[in-house]
Ligand binder design. Structure first.
Ligand SMILES: *Cc1c(COP(=O)(O)O)cnc(C)c1O
Length: 417
């Protein structure tokens, strides 16, 4: 498509955009298990109104936009409190979980160099740790040490410990990890990391705005936040189960000293003093205002309500899947992530990707992942009203697929173009 010679009208543009959108997943009806997390109509109303107010603002320099600076520190403070960060905890907002994780990797590298003289840093992660840690190692020149998970999909403390050496600057645990949704043994991992003098990052991109409310609702959870000694930083995504629109995550460090290793400060440019918390230069004010407004509109009561909806739905989903002959759920997910796989005990196991294709034909969208072949669900409040419909369609798809195999074996967490 060439650049139009003459500008087009608003109506013309909207008409074409709506036509383009026709092919997108229909998250509004709850049939998409991931990517968009729907906090309900009253939240949408607030977010849409705020978007109009803050569409154009720039958080590059909060001296120009003190409103953004204030909202940003309030969002970080609220998040740090939820993670039991204590008065010394300090963090930054970022554009998403990936940027938070990149900053955790970069901070660990800087600290290792400054405090331990490490020039060839490595980080130790379980193979369940998010791909963003690999991206970070690649971008920032760290050696990646990836170790297998246990049979229950949790990080294996002994194997992780064995991979740590004098050059280890970062050890990672997830609460929960994305692929199977289980929480790693954070306490034991953090102790091992602390003994080595390394940073320990808890990836709570998914769990950060779920587990604190689950605890308050009375669910039994293993300790995973700043109450665990040795945890140096935690990432929590507002744009997942924080129910804020995209572009909002928080990284919290245990104290300001540790946070200092994240920042980039440069005073040798003709453009003047340059201080920056993350990867971005110019930063949209929009996600900051939207995240702030989302926290304010939902409040503790709103998050408790949405968390209960999501967890009830996820547990009903697990139970319903396990009741369908030929299917199973991987591991025992504590929170809102579910990995659906073929039951290997069946003489001729199903092809779960073929089941995924049949579901897609009925409008249900799952990410596909491997190994092992499985359909991934991030269950949020928006899915709760349609869980029984889903389970009915899932049983029908399993019957329909029988022994068929999907031709396309590709998995698709993220795409290039
Ligand atoms: C989503 C996710 C990330 C990455 O976050 P983005 O916002 O997609 O960049 C990292 N870790 C976990 C566990 C996640 O679920």
């Amino acid at each position: 498509m060439p650049l139009p010679a003459q500008g087009r009208s608003k109506d013309d543009i909207l008409e074409e955009l709506r036509a383009k959108q026709a092919g997108d997943v229909r998250w509004q009806d709850g049939k998409t298990f991931g990517m968009v997390y729907d906090g309900g109509p009253s939240l949408h109303e607030v977010q849409e109104a705020v978007a109009v107010e803050f569409l154009h603002e720039n958080a590059l320099n909060t001296l120009a936009f003190p409103s953004l600076g204030a909202m940003q520190s309030e969002v970080v403070r609220i998040t740090a409190d939820l993670l039991h960060g204590g008065p010394d905890a300090a963090g930054f907002m970022t554009s998403g979980g990936t940027e938070s994780i990149l900053m955790a990797v970069k901070s660990a590298r800087e600290r290792g160099r400054a405090e331990r003289g490490i020039e060839q840093p490595n980080l130790v992660v379980a193979e369940s740790a998010h791909a963003a840690f690999h991206k970070g190692a690649h971008y920032f020149g760290l050696e990646m040490r990836k170790v297998p998970v246990r049979a229950d999909w949790r990080a294996d403390v002994d194997t992780m410990a064995a991979a740590i050496d004098d050059n280890t600057v970062l050890v990672v645990g997830s609460a929960p990890q994305y692929p199977q949704g289980v929480i790693d043994p954070i306490g034991e991992l953090a102790a091992v990391a602390a003994e080595a003098g390394a940073n320990f990052h808890v990836d709570a991109c998914m769990g950060g705005f779920v587990l604190p409310f689950m605890e308050e609702l009375g669910y039994e959870l293993p300790p995973w936040d700043f109450r665990v000694e040795g945890v140096t930083s935690i990432s929590a995504d507002l744009h997942k189960l924080g129910y804020a629109p995209k572009g909002a995550s928080v990284i919290v460090h245990r104290d300001k000293e540790l946070r200092r290793y994240q920042t980039f400060v440069f005073d040798g440019w003709l453009g003047g003093f340059y201080a920056s918390p993350g990867m971005q230069g110019t930063r949209p004010g929009l996600p900051i205002a939207l995240a702030w407004a989302t926290l304010q509109h939902l409040g503790r009561e709103g998050y408790l309500r949405l968390t209960k909806m999501a967890i009830d739905a996820a547990r009903r989903m697990v139970e319903g899947i396990r009741a369908i002959e030929g299917l199973t759920v991987l591991g025992e997910p504590e929170a809102h992530l579910v990995a659906i796989a073929a039951d290997p005990a069946r003489p001729e196991p199903l092809d779960v990707f073929a089941v995924g294709d049949a579901l897609l034909a009925r409008g249900w969208f799952h990410d596909r992942q491997t190994p092992p072949d499985s359909l991934h669900a991030t269950v949020s409040a928006g899915n709760a009203p349609v869980i029984e419909d889903y389970l009915r369609d899932l049983a029908a798809c399993v019957a329909e697929v029988a022994g068929a195999r999907a031709d396309d074996r590709a998995t698709n967490y993220a795409t290039l173009e």
